[in-house]
Design a protein around this ligand. Structure first.
Ligand code: SAH
Ligand code: SF4
Length: 332
């Protein structure tokens, strides 16, 4: 594994400290390969989307996000790589383009790690220079065996403190992840505080409602100084009212946390009828949270017009796989 991750060996014959019989046996049984880059879409802010074609033709996407500008202290920040864990997603959130693809399939640890390795090779960064976030296509906690293996392998390059797994709220997966020795950061896509609205937006809430989710989050072992991140996708007229902000504030304060507000990335084709709130209502929503004592940041993915933003990843043009699952109805 070290040969492949740290030293980027392209074949078993390069692994000269292994006996030749072992190398031959490996050669017979395994292949070393990285996902093939089918397209790259840079955006003006320096971010870049990579569309990968996997061995069976499945397509997934990863996003490279450059380091923020140097801070006043002069410390240089790390770049971020956002990886996919599944080709599609069965969770079917009403606001998510990936959900429209349907379940797709689980990626292997090699396919997940491979996205990071290719982006590192192409963008020219090395070990300890990146954060990795599992926020691309798919629900990582519905592919926990392979995601867990990826986390193990990634540790050679990226500290768990620099790794974030984002979940729609798969409670058994959260509990299992909590038992790891080296835990990644946890991000939870919350989006609404009440069960009725949350189930409309995220059907998975019917299976693991808000109380069960928070029972698991209250038991999530947080090292001092670490916090859970809540992601809230804001949709105009759906979940952006002051009352919703107050309900969210009450809820998230049950655990040490911060909130990322993500104004909806629209898609006329894939998410008809859903729109991004105005800047004023996003700001007002954020102020309501902040004045209730919640640490809140707004993530405008504006530079990612090339559909590289969160929830816009759809591994387009996947032949025979484009299911177009109808979204759950949000306004009824
Ligand atoms: N399945 C995991 C991780 C992938 S989704 C999860 O749901 O957390 C990554 C993030 O993109 C989630 O926070 C999700 O809420 C957000 N997202 C999905 N669709 C979006 C959209 N249309 N606009 C903005 N963010 C979106
Ligand atoms: Fe799946 Fe996450 Fe999209 Fe929901 S938001 S459909 S869980 S990828």
């Amino acid at each position: 594994m070290r040969w492949m991750t740290e030293r980027r060996a392209a074949g078993f014959d390069a692994m000269t400290d292994l006996p030749s019989g072992v190398r031959a046996a490996l050669e017979e049984r395994f292949t070393i390969g990285l996902p093939e880059v089918e397209a790259r879409t840079p955006s003006e802010d320096g971010a870049e989307k990579f569309l990968f074609r996997l061995a069976d033709g499945a397509k997934v996407e990863a996003v490279y996000i450059p380091a923020p500008r140097h801070r006043a202290s002069g410390s240089s920040e790390r770049v971020t790589v956002c990886v996919s864990s599944q080709a599609g997603c069965a969770v079917n959130c009403a606001f998510c383009v990936t959900g429209r693809l349907g379940a797709g399939r689980n990626l292997t640890a090699g396919e997940i790690l491979g996205q990071y390795l290719v982006v590192a090779r192409e963008k020219g960064f090395g070990p300890r220079e990146a954060n990795v976030v599992f926020m691309g296509m798919g629900e990582p906690l519905l592919n926990l065996a392979q995601v867990s293996r990826t986390l193990d392998l990634l540790e050679a390059e990226v500290s768990p403190r620099r790794t974030t797994v984002s979940t729609a709220g798969v409670v058994p997966g959260i509990r299992e992840l909590a038992r790891r020795d080296h835990r990644p950061n946890l991000a939870v896509s919350l989006t609404a505080a009440g069960n009725a609205l949350r189930t409309k937006l995220m059907p998975i809430n019917a299976q693991w409602p808000v109380e069960e989710l928070f029972a698991a989050l209250e038991e999530w072992p947080l090292e001092p100084g670490r916090r859970i991140t809540f992601e809230v996708v804001l949709i105009a007229g759906v979940n952006d009212s002051p009352a919703e902000a107050r309900a969210l504030a009450r809820l998230v304060k049950r655990v040490p946390s911060k909130v990322n507000l993500i104004p909806l990335n629209e898609s006329a084709e894939w998410l008809p009828g859903l729109s991004r709130p105005s800047r004023e209502s996003v700001d007002a929503f954020g102020s309501h949270l902040a004045s209730s004592g919640v640490d809140v940041t707004v993530r405008w993915s504006k530079g990612l017009g090339a559909a590289a933003a969160c929830g816009q990843l759809k591994g387009r043009e996947t032949p025979g796989r484009l299911l177009r699952v109808p979204p759950p109805s949000v306004r009824s």
